[in-house]
Design a protein around this ligand. Structure first.
Ligand code: PEP
Ligand code: MN
Length: 263
């Protein structure tokens, strides 16, 4: 069970010396989509330099338009894994169908289930059979109860290594891509023992307010933050508008560190 009532102690996800949910805070960074070996290498270098230990990169992209770039698939995951091994980073990527879980697993330390699939119950059940930790994103319009029930699908099948991530919900507001629901953080921490993270990129869809949003998330008790970073955002194959470049990432990481909320 995912409820705090059922298990008062926090669930801690461990990978060697990296711990999520154990009281520290983790930054997960990387491009929206894996595009090339060189793109991943440049990103990994910047992450490693700033002490980030988990790299993200999408290979199976749930795009709004079928005509947009759909991701490099397993070839992309191989690229990310090779670079991550070279830089000593852990990997995370989204899987959109049960058929890809087994195929993607050898290249991943964490499997992401995206917002659009939060209630893909067959995918959740299969993720519940996996040995890898699952990062479950909040659905575009999911209530807290629906979010926790989706996590329950995974846990009920035997995989207790689940992390929750708030990524903004759809409201009438147009100045942000989604509305970042900061209240989700203390509510989820209170109601559940699972680690809680915040994706500041997909929630805001902007680069200029990432730092205050990340600080707010961590100050509210989040166990980590996810941010999209790309060596050349204007040329990115997806989410070009919201990704920060490597210089902006360095400054973001420095300021987050200076705040005392990360590392
Ligand atoms: C992503 O993290 O790559 C992504 C597609 O995010 P979301 O599922 O939150 O839209
Ligand atoms: Mn993206």
């Amino acid at each position: 069970r995912v409820s705090r009532q059922a298990q008062p102690e926090n669930t801690v996800i461990r990978f060697g010396d990296v711990e999520i949910g154990g009281g520290g805070t983790e930054l997960i960074a990387g491009p929206c989509s894996i595009e090339s070996w060189e793109q991943m290498r440049q990103t990994a270098e910047a992450l490693q330099e700033k002490g980030v230990r988990i790299i993200r990169g999408g290979a199976f992209k749930p795009r709004t338009s079928p005509y947009d770039f759909q991701g490099l698939g397993i070839d992309g995951l191989k690229m990310m894994k090779e670079v991550a091994d070279e830089y000593g980073l852990l990997t995370i990527s989204e899987v959109v169908t049960p058929a890809h879980l087994e195929a993607a697993a050898p290249y991943l330390d964490i499997i992401q289930i995206g917002a659009r699939n939060m209630q893909n119950f067959e995918l959740l059940k299969e993720a519940g059979m996996m040995k890898l930790p699952i990062l479950l994103k909040r659905g575009l319009a999911a209530t807290m109860e629906e979010f926790l029930m989706a996590a329950e699908y995974i846990v009920s099948r035997g995989n207790s290594q689940v992390m929750l991530i708030e990524r903004g919900i759809r409201t009438y507001e147009k100045w942000t891509r989604n509305t970042l629901d900061i209240s989700a953080v203390p509510i989820l921490k209170q109601e559940s023992h699972l680690p809680v993270l915040v994706d500041v990129s997909h929630s805001t869809g902007r680069k200029d307010i990432l730092l205050p949003c990340a600080k707010a998330a961590l100050a509210a008790g989040a166990d980590g933050v996810m941010v999209e970073v790309h060596p050349n955002p204007p040329e990115a194959w997806s989410d070009s508008e919201q990704q920060i470049d490597l210089a902006q990432f360095r400054s973001f990481a420095d300021q987050l560190m200076d705040s005392g909320l990360w590392n």
